[in-house]
Design a protein around this ligand. Structure first.
Ligand code: SF4
Length: 391
């Protein structure tokens, strides 16, 4: 479905918000953009430009620059908790399907609505961060939520559709107001005459700017699973996971369907599948449909081959980006994880503060209200569209 989603430009709306003194414009950057934006400025694929990207966004006039990886850590807090409940108490909802990729979610809603009950109810990291900005951050800073404009820099054209979903608005305030792709951000930087290579590195703003290694690998296929199982293990045992789960090679790499298992004390063997690309998703979903519970308990789906690092909004001469480019971006993400002072989402100090001060605990009433969502059976619309096309 991602290919069918037009890249709706939002540059003018974002520029208008930046020029409006009555607006407080917050931007967040997805992990995949940090290892690809440099390509638009002559750097090699996989060059890590997080700090230059933050500097460019500050030069453009954004009031606060946050990290979608913080949202990814928040997603893992919720999703690992949700998966643990399903694994131990609600086994009828297994296999658990991830829900952070809007391209995949829409595909499921159109073609496999009978399996929607397996979807995690977690919003995507960008939407979780957006909802947190307009509630917790707004209150903390004394800013009226209505005056906040949230912009996300994403590798993804499907995120533009996601931002418009009615379910992702609270009291008619959208979690994310505008989405710019990596390519659009590059265009904005060039249009404003910012010399990207001359920018002094800048740091994300605090409150929502810290990330664990787990949050950073979300952009690679298998990254969500690896991040989730690290925290799921901790939540189930109150012990750190063993070293092989902190560097879980079986779920890494660009293969379209990967399978692995992890022994989690008190839970048992958790069988996972990691799927990227919609052709592979169809194969796995047909098997789940055929076998009911299937042989997996946790399945990660990403619409783009290789995950977000190969997303439709990334720098490109073709889509998906060729394998060598995707591999370079992927290696950069895993190096970032390995070098991170904290490797697990539940160790993120800002996320811990956020739960203490605002959400209480994962799956709390407030967390369910702001960080979780529901899905819609869209199969009828597909039929309508086909009927219209034939008429
Ligand atoms: Fe978007 Fe592709 Fe990532 Fe899905 S896998 S969130 S469609 S970039």
């Amino acid at each position: 479905p991602t290919g069918a989603i037009a890249e709706r430009p939002a540059l003018q709306e974002v520029e208008a918000a930046l020029a409006d003194d009555g607006k407080y414009v917050v931007v967040q950057t997805a992990p995949a953009t940090k290892v690809s934006l440099g390509e638009e400025f002559g750097l090699a694929p996989g060059a890590v430009v997080s700090a230059q990207q933050v500097a460019a966004l500050k030069a453009l006039g954004f009031d606060a620059v946050f990290d979608t990886c913080t949202g990814a850590d928040l997603t893992i807090m919720e999703e690992a908790s949700e998966a643990l409940v399903r694994l131990t108490k609600k086994q009828e909802e297994l296999p658990h399907f991830t829900s952070c990729c809007p391209g995949w979610v829409k595909f499921c809603e159109y073609f496999y609505p009978d399996l929607m009950g397996h979807l995690s109810t977690c919003k995507s990291p960008a939407a979780m961060l957006g909802a947190t900005v307009k509630t917790y951050y707004a209150a903390k800073m004394g800013i009226a939520p209505e005056s906040i404009v949230t912009v996300s820099i994403m590798p993804c054209t499907a995120k533009k559709f996601e931002a418009q979903r009615a379910e992702l608005s609270e009291d008619s305030l959208a979690d994310v107001d505008y989405v710019l792709t990596t390519r659009e951000l590059a265009r904005l930087i060039k249009r404003h005459g910012i010399d990207f290579s001359a920018l002094a590195p800048a740091a994300y703003d605090s409150v929502l700017g810290e990330s664990s290694g787990a949050g950073r690998i979300f952009a690679a296929t298998g990254g969500v699973t690896e991040a989730a199982v690290r925290s799921l293990y901790y939540f189930a045992t109150k012990r750190q996971p063993p070293a092989d789960l902190l560097s879980w090679q079986a779920v890494r790499g660009l293969t379209a369907i990967k399978e692995a298992q992890a022994e989690v004390p008190g839970v048992g063997m958790v069988h996972v599948a990691v799927v990227s690309g919609m052709a592979a998703a169809r194969r796995v979903l047909e098997e789940v449909r055929r076998t009911g519970r299937s042989r997996w308990q946790f399945i990660e789906f990403m619409a783009c081959p290789g995950g977000c690092l190969g997303g439709g909004g990334q720098p490109k001469s073709e889509f998906p980006a060729d394998e060598a480019v995707r591999r370079k971006r992927m290696e950069a993400l895993y190096a970032e994880d390995k070098g991170a002072p904290r490797r697990m989402s539940h160790e993120n100090a800002e996320v811990q503060t956020l739960y203490r001060a605002f959400y209480g605990a994962p799956l709390s009433e407030r967390a369910e209200q702001l960080l979780h969502t529901h899905f819609e059976d869209r199969s009828g619309r597909l039929f309508d569209r086909e009927t219209q096309a034939k008429a």
